[in-house]
Ligand binder design. Structure first.
Ligand SMILES: [Mn+2]
Length: 431
């Protein structure tokens, strides 16, 4: 039996934090009441929010220079599920796990499904991987996968994606996220139009294999590993491909996959307007695809994204359900602490956006009062909704202070003892 934080330990930790939370909560409730807000409604909203964990995120990440492994890292997908379980236990906001094949491949889907259920977890979208060569595969992806010139390489990449769908289906997943690094490093290396035509032909074959209730998420990224021309570089290409493929194909926005200073909230608004916003990979960045913790660099941008999602939800109603996933690489922190903090940051942006006075905003927009419109957003963004999030966690059986509770439990030390270093241990990656 592997170590788990006991419910008694969690309850004792919460008992020590309760007084401070109650004081903060009462103060915030009073403040919101003066503005005509209802804190209980916001707690319910927060309690219903969830963002999926990336299985690859619980291992220490790395850069192309080096990886500095942490102690007690997960050695296989079952260890990863245990760590995801601990994150969900304390945050109560991360019931979904997004797997990555072949890193998380298992021959016993039933055992994996049961392991997840024991932690109250389910499987979110699965991710295919044709940006590196798997051990023993016949053809190399050095010159592309779904867009490769060689039809045998394309066929292998298509077969891998269909294999991911079948594995995911056996695990109860409902979606496939496809990101390919395909592209060119030199002008002239690719026929730019021809590469996209081959991509679409490959994607049509994968699309045809999707179960009826599945979605396909097309993830774009500006550059890297292709440094001259990436085939699916931007949301426009992603949108065109999703439109070509059909209603089960949608666009996935990874916040780090744009040029610096790109207005991502506007991309979100466009995709939502035309029914193609499939979901998100949340992270933060300063320079490129940095995969830093969500909300750690530009929390205002995250808030503005959620402000557009709030607007879209009002317009589209219950049918509007984008998939929320984290996609980060943790190089200098304990991945469990980073993922807990990040899930809370995304949840925070969601609740801050819910605080926006939509009526006042609309009024200021109609009156061309730019200053007051901006102030309306800022007022919501500046509100410290921490006590709302903590109360939602507490009522859902989680921790008032997830990182504090995690550290006090010495979870990582237990795992260090349980998980002796094995060859080919933790798989993690940047996608
Ligand atoms: Mn991603």
């Amino acid at each position: 039996m592997t170590y788990r934080i006991s419910s008694d330990f969690l309850a004792q930790h919460n008992a020590r934090e309760q007084r401070r939370l109650d004081a903060d909560y009462d103060a915030l409730a009073g403040m919101l009441q003066c503005r005509g807000g209802d804190i209980e409604a916001l707690v319910s909203l927060a309690a219903g929010f969830s963002v999926a964990l990336p299985s690859w995120g619980v291992g220490t990440g790395g850069t192309r220079f080096a990886r500095f492994p942490g102690k007690g890292e997960p050695r296989n997908v079952f260890d990863k599920i245990d760590d995801c379980g601990a994150i969900h236990q304390l945050t109560r906001a991360t019931p979904g796990v997004s797997l990555h094949f072949p890193w998380d491949r298992t021959t016993d889907a039933r055992a994996l499904r049961e392991a997840a259920q024991q932690h109250g977890l389910h499987f979110d979208a699965v991710n295919s991987n044709t940006f590196q060569d798997a051990a023993g595969q016949e053809h190399s992806y050095k010159f592309g996968s779904l867009t490769a010139n060689d039809p045998a390489v394309r066929a292998q990449a298509v077969a891998h994606n269909i294999d991911c769908v079948e594995l995911g289906h056996a695990l109860g997943s409902k979606g496939l996220t496809v990101w390919v690094g395909d592209g060119a490093n030199f002008p002239g290396q690719h026929n730019l139009r021809g590469a996209l035509e081959r991509y679409l032909e490959s994607m049509r074959a994968i699309y045809a294999a999707l179960p009826a209730d599945w979605l396909m998420y097309i993830e774009h990224k500006l550059f890297e590993p292709a440094f001259y021309a990436t085939t699916i570089a931007d949301w426009g290409t992603s949108f065109a491909c999703a439109t070509e493929l059909g209603p089960k194909a949608k666009c996935l926005v990874d916040l780090g996959h744009h040029a610096p200073n790109t207005n991502i909230e506007m991309i979100v608004a466009r995709l939502a307007q035309f029914g193609k916003l499939g979901g998100f990979h949340f992270n933060d960045s300063k320079y490129g695809d940095d995969d830093l913790d969500s909300g750690s660099i530009n929390p205002f941008q995250l808030f503005l994204v959620f402000n557009e999602l709030r607007d879209a939800a009002v317009r589209e109603g219950d049918a509007f359900k984008p998939a929320y996933m984290l996609d980060q690489s943790h190089n200098v922190t304990d991945p469990i602490e980073s993922l807990m903090t990040s899930a809370v940051e995304v949840q925070r942006a969601y609740i801050q956006a819910a605080l926006v006075d939509a009526q006042a905003l609309s009024h200021h927009q109609k009156n061309n009062d730019a200053l007051m419109a901006a102030q309306t957003l800022k007022q919501a963004f500046r509100t410290d909704v921490g006590p709302i999030l903590a109360m939602a966690r507490l009522r859902n059986g989680g921790a008032i202070d997830p990182v504090g509770c995690y550290r006090a439990s010495a979870y990582r030390d237990h795992k260090r003892a349980e998980r002796p270093q094995a060859a080919g241990a933790s798989s993690s990656g940047i996608v």
